[in-house]
Design a protein around this ligand. Sequence first.
Ligand code: TTP
Ligand code: CA
Ligand code: CA
Length: 526
Amino acid sequence: QMSRVIVLVDMDCFYAQVEQRDKPSLWGKPVGVLQYSANGQSGLIAVSYEARPFGVKRGMTANQCKELCPDIEICLVPQGEYADKADIQKYRDASAEVFAVLGSIDSRIILEKASVDEAFLDCTAYVESRVTKVREETIQRLLDPACLPTSFIVDGKEDEKDEDETEDEEETVDEEARLKRKNERIEMIRKRKIEEFIEKCRFDDEFLKIALAAEFAERLREKVREKTQFYCSAGVGNNKTMAKLVCAAHKPRKQSFIPPGSEVDVLRNTKVSSVRGLGGKLGRSLTERLGINTMGELYRTPSSVLTATFPDNAPWLMQIARGEDYDKVDSRVLQRNLGVGKNFPGTMAIYTNMNAKFWLNGLTKELRKRMADDKIKHRRLAQKVVVHVTTDVSTSKSVKVGATEEKEGRLFEKLWPVMQSMRKGPGEGWKPPIFNISLSAGRFLEGLPSKENSIIGWVERRTKQLEEMEGKDAVEKLNRDAAAEEKRRLEREEMGEEEGEGEEMEGIFMVDNLDDDDDDDCLIVE
Ligand code: TTP
Ligand code: CA
Ligand code: CA
């Protein structure tokens, strides 16, 4: 079993930092980025860390956050050209700057763009090339406090106890001094844990590899900061799921890593919904059908129960509960889909076909614009557009598109009948009404990185090799395995677990989630 070393980099309050960089007087101040919408559904989509102690959260209106934090500076997302849409181009450009830095650091690193402000880096080859270097020298370097200045160990053991114990003795001290002492204590524990970790590196290469990746991540983040002015956080682990999970443990401007072997401890009290791949329907049905709320509970659930309830996903669920994840980092910097969409919540719901036509037309224009930009930039052409319509249920249908649909109006002519075919019941109206329309263009032709890395591409290459080596039987088995794996992947995708990860959608307010105080939930799927 090959062990890997994965780093997940996530920008801190990204859109807020873009605004702070645009207007430097905003650095260090509470800032909220508001997406204005003519239908009254405006809400915050990013909140600077200075505003968070006041309780300001994503999804709040300008009034709500002013009440909590009167000094907050509200920045408006620019308006787009069509369909009452926000123009997030400036955030996308800022994202491209960040990715340019991430991609230029070392050719041995595989970089996968996971969202507008997030990337996975497979550092296995890079750290392995460094493990062989003189060990004692490396250990001494790592032990230097300046080497891992913003790193925290996340091992699932409770540190809070140490922090609270001394609280009583200090009742006479003023708040400021108390806070200072508390921070000193945190810093002391941080350093002690790092030292313990580095000591283990003397005897254990798995520890050493993680430490080297953490050192790399510190420098990478410094470089991002230097080149773009933006701060970010990072997580280091043996796979994507763990790297992503621990990145959130210490934020902003910090990074976290897991001692190899502590995965189950780290996961024990983790909410199922905070785990990559379980943020959607599958995670919810774990809770609804089996009463499983935490990863620890999932870990303790007998495999027979999981298999009976989730026949296809049980093996994957058991792996994830153990902290194992074999999803590989795809060398992918381009988006797999271009998406646009809009919510029509409450009284904004669409009842008439005329209204539906109006919005589909606006969204189609917006999509065409993005496809055209994308075509020039990346020299590729989408072969498929998916129309999603949400009434009381969500339905989607895909259409093949090509060069013909690039002509003005042609794409709409193609999409409108598709949308019509999704209309239930008699008459001209929509009943139940439409709450969301979104379009996504995908399956790109030409130099397609996502295809090249897919299981299909892998099978094609392996088929040739294996046929030479082992004959037809082995090849057939391989094909069956790959087909089964692809089927499971598609099912997981369909169950909505990859929400907000692969697919980039802008401007969609998922109103269902507005009440949810879980920060990880997407209001807008990126
Ligand atoms: P996130 O990484 O989820 O959040 P964040 O960077 O603002 O804050 P954190 O420090 O906690 O990571 O999203 C990145 C950007 O994507 C965010 O700044 C704004 C945008 N976004 C939306 O427009 N709508 C959404 O629902 C979410 C989740 C993000
Ligand atoms: Ca972020
Ligand atoms: Ca993110």
